[in-house]
Design a protein around this ligand. Structure first.
Ligand SMILES: *Cc1c(COP(=O)(O)O)cnc(C)c1O
Length: 376
């Protein structure tokens, strides 16, 4: 099956083109038809009762997916904004934090912490590995105290899912706040916000949520709220207290991302209908199918097999193959868009996204195309 991709030549062409594309990157992800329809909703007064109802429904739905009783806050912005928001509401300049990294997104979060003047101790694992709970526990039991621990749940650059649940107890014993980047896991892989005692969990609209980029969602535990009261890092737009105060009145401090919330309402109804456990199971089965297919092509997974991600698969590029050309052929001849590696993995690895609105047939087509292109 060869899907031809036409160059857009008129205002009508891009629509046709988009439908034929198999977008296999780990976000932004493909939108379901129901969500696309919801996105065309007319604007409403963001200080009126319709908005209050929209906010109530979406906050409650997101709370269920986060598996938490904690407060849920939305901010228009990228996931990275949510990562910044978590820090500025939790800490004061000079506070010591332990930043656990296994790839590019963890490293980015460390950089943000440094930019705000936190005293950052980075515990880095090589790309492809997961953080070792025993090593983290040793450090927290032995070394100088830290106010918080930051960790990426699912490292999108390497296709690794960190065992956050096994790391959390040591963080709690140390009396530190647990901040978790769940941008590419929440809604696809079980992320037990309350079960693990995550103080601030952060996600982004364009990953597993099946809606466009532009909104970050966070959960804030009672302990994190206490910390917010004394946290002195500069913040204005990202202020949690202002956001919650307005949410209680059915509003937001600034103009909300109404369109994303229309999409989110539709997406949450879809997730409810499928059942969250079934959503998780679908992601696991499709990820497993992807991994088996990659191996059948004679390719090697980049991630430690014990911690492979169910939302993104990172693959070692075959030796001597020009991956730029492979990506181009996949795109031009098959309509398949894969993600390149990130940073020093750019040329040596590639990634397949399988999160959100994804079906097995799309992976099948992508793998078949990959086999065909690599076979030449
Ligand atoms: C995508 C992603 C981010 C960043 O999200 P943006 O919306 O691009 O800022 C952060 N962390 C992880 C794990 C991600 O996958």
């Amino acid at each position: 099956m060869v899907a031809t991709v036409e160059k857009p030549t008129s205002a009508v062409a891009p629509r046709r083109r988009q439908r034929e594309i198999n977008l296999r990157i780990p976000g932004p992800t493909t939108l379901p038809p129901l969500v696309r329809r919801a996105l065309s909703g007319q604007m409403i007064n963001h200080r009126g009762p319709e908005f209050a109802a929209l906010q109530d429904e979406t906050v409650a739905g997101v709370r269920r997916v986060f598996r938490t009783q904690n407060e849920i806050l939305f901010f228009p912005g990228a996931g990275t904004g949510g990562l910044e928001a978590a820090l500025v509401n939790s800490f004061s300049p000079g506070d010591a934090v332990l930043c656990i990294t296994v790839g590019s997104f963890g490293e980015r979060w460390c950089e943000i912490a440094r930019a705000f003047g936190l005293q950052v101790e980075q515990m880095a694992w090589p790309w492809g590995s997961a953080a070792d709970p025993a090593v983290v526990a040793d450090r927290l039991a032995g070394g100088p105290p830290v106010k918080g621990v930051m960790i990426t749940h699912n490292e999108t650059s390497t296709g690794v899912t960190n065992p956050v649940g096994e790391i959390a107890p040591a963080v709690h014993r140390a009396g530190a706040l647990l901040l978790v980047d769940c941008v590419s896991s929440m809604g696809a892989i079980p992320c037990e916000t309350d079960g693990w005692g995550v103080d601030v969990a952060i996600t982004g609209s364009q990953k597993a949520w099946m809606i466009p980029p532009g909104m970050t969602m966070l959960s804030v535990s009672p302990r994190a709220w206490e910390a917010t009261k004394t946290a002195k890092l500069p913040r204005s737009y990202w202020d949690f207290q202002a956001a919650l105060e307005f949410q209680k009145k059915g509003q937001t401090p600034y103009t909300p991302a109404i369109t994303q919330m229309y999409g989110l309402r539709a997406a949450l109804r879809m997730m409810d209908e499928e059942g969250l456990e079934n959503v998780f199971r679908r992601h696991h089965e499709i990820a497993d199918y992807t991994r088996r297919g990659i191996r059948r092509l004679g390719l090697q997974l980049a991630a430690d097999l014990r911690y492979v991600s169910d939302t993104v698969t990172a693959v070692v590029a075959p030796e001597g193959v020009d991956m730029k050309l492979v990506h181009k052929r996949l795109r031009d001849e098959h309509g398949v868009i894969l993600a390149t590696g990130q940073e020093h993995w750019r040329e040596t690895h590639f990634r397949i996204g399988h999160l959100g609105y994804v079906r097995r047939s799309e992976i099948q087509q992508a793998l078949r195309a990959l086999g065909e292109v690599l076979g030449r």
